[in-house]
Write a protein that binds this ligand. Structure first.
Ligand code: ADP
Ligand code: ZN
Length: 435
């Protein structure tokens, strides 16, 4: 029996959702036009006035915002309210360059917490749960986002933050955590450490994990579910839109419901900016419908995914987004071929290896090289060189089939690749050093 945090909104009819969105967008565009000079200038340059936006159908008339705008307007240029009305600042992780900052009023924090509460309830959470928040606390949005959601649901909240894995495990076991929230790469590390300490998956009380903030594959999901003995749910968000909880997975585990009463989503062609029809793969663009302090309109996420309005088994009616398998800027172009780290992860986990790997891209004699270091489990480790070489060749063939180009694979000893406590760094692109 599915449970909802806010059923009247989460299961609202399409007409009801549209009515909420249409009402909010008119107010929001006015709010932005009056208070954010940076965006007013963009609208003026495009010849769009607030009166031109009467419903969400008109959103396509508005100019886009991108990370470059956020960097240009740093720190206060996109602020939608007086600083004295703000209660919080967060910052992006800086995965792809200079960090940007986002501001929150108490109203913004409350809405964000509601979004995270919906995610926790969708993962089976309720007031009887002990929720271990092992995302980083601080400027990163993960910790505080899930923390606020967990308290709203009434869970007993364990604000562990990330890192100190021994202590995570001690509290998880001693206090009987039933839900854990962290990045999928950190969840995999916790699972690995539990096994090393002699625990079996059934020894912990965990039932669910809420994992996000970085791309992860279905294969990774199954591997974490097995090692922790849980159901693993995806959660998506970005600092620019508040943080995690913009979209979350339900019991169907097939895409994440976007909180459409707060965010309007579009899929565009990343090259032309043209809005694509439903079912097309493209860049996700968000318009915040009711944020006060950092009210971004048509923000280009650079995340590539597909939207679907198909009926969901959980009863929620909000549109679902597919797992973004990496941002447009995670994509590596190697000898002219597009390669995503997630494709390599899929091959490795399917072939029985761990998710501990590192991708090294370089340029030698004007030609791109792709090397993948793959860590072995102790039981996979062999002293016989020929045996290792055979495994390396087999992996190279499997990756060539998946990617269309052949990498060089190097098996490396157990524990030689550094583990992630937050967002994993999978790729080292040395070509950038030569440019
Ligand atoms: P940064 O952009 O510096 O990494 P954020 O911490 O705000 O800063 O990260 C937001 C980004 O993280 C998203 O745009 C997306 O690329 C990625 N992300 C967040 N959640 C997920 C998820 N569930 N699956 C894949 N990628 C995700
Ligand atoms: Zn659902």
């Amino acid at each position: 029996m599915p449970h909802y945090y806010q059923p009247e909104i989460e299961t609202a009819s399409r007409e009801e959702i549209l009515a909420i969105q249409n009402e909010k967008i008119v107010k929001q565009v006015k709010h932005v036009y009056e208070n954010v000079k940076y965006y007013r200038d963009l609208m003026d340059a495009k010849g769009v006035k607030p009166e031109d936006i009467q419903s969400v159908d008109d959103i396509k008339k508005l100019p886009f915002l991108s990370k470059a705008d956020l960097r240009e307007a740093y720190p206060y240029g996109l602020l939608g309210t007086d600083l004295k009305n703000c209660v919080r600042i967060h910052s992006t992780s800086g995965t792809t360059g200079k960090r940007v900052v986002a501001f929150y009023t108490q109203h913004d924090v409350d809405i964000w917490n509601d979004c995270c509460a919906r995610a926790i309830v969708a993962a089976g959470g309720n007031s009887g749960d002990v929720c271990q928040v092992a995302y980083g606390y601080g400027l990163f949005t993960g910790g505080f986002g899930l923390h606020g959601g967990s308290e709203k649901v009434g869970c007993l909240t364990l604000p562990m933050s990330s890192g100190n894995t021994e202590r995570q495990i001690q509290f998880m076991m001693d206090l009987g955590a039933t839900i854990i929230c962290c990045t999928p790469s950190y969840a995999a590390y916790i699972g690995e450490t539990l096994a090393e300490q002699g625990y079996k998956p059934e020894d912990n009380k965990l039932k669910a994990g809420i994992f996000g903030a970085e791309p992860w594959t279905e294969e990774m999901r199954r591997s974490i579910e097995k090692s922790l003995g849980i159901k693993a749910y995806d959660i998506y968000g970005l600092t620019e839109t508040s943080g995690p909880g913009v979209a979350f997975e339900c019991c169907a585990q097939s895409g994440m419901h976007i909180n459409e009463d707060h965010f309007y989503a579009e899929i565009i062609d990343p090259d032309t900016g043209e809005v694509l029809p439903e079912g097309s793969k493209g860049e996700l663009v968000f318009t915040s419908l009711d944020k006060e302090a950092f009210p971004l309109l048509r923000y280009r996420t650079r995340d590539i995914c597909v939207l679907s309005h198909e009926k969901c088994a959980c009863g929620r009616t909000h549109v679902k987004m597919s797992k973004p398998m990496g941002r447009s800027d995670d994509m590596m172009i190697i000898r002219g071929v597009n390669v995503f780290p997630s494709q390599i992860e899929t091959v490795l986990l399917n072939e029985g290896y761990t998710p501990n790997y590192q991708i090294i891209v370089d340029r030698v004699n004007n030609s791109d090289t792709l090397d993948v270091n793959v860590e072995l489990l102790p039981e996979q480790f062999s002293d016989i060189v020929a045996e290792n070489q055979k495994k390396e060749r087999a992996l190279e063939i499997a990756m060539r089939t998946m990617l269309g180009i052949g990498p060089r694979v190097h098996l490396v000893p157990p524990h030689s690749i550094v583990r992630s406590e937050g967002k994993a760094v999978r790729v080292i692109d040395k070509r950038k050093l030569h440019d």
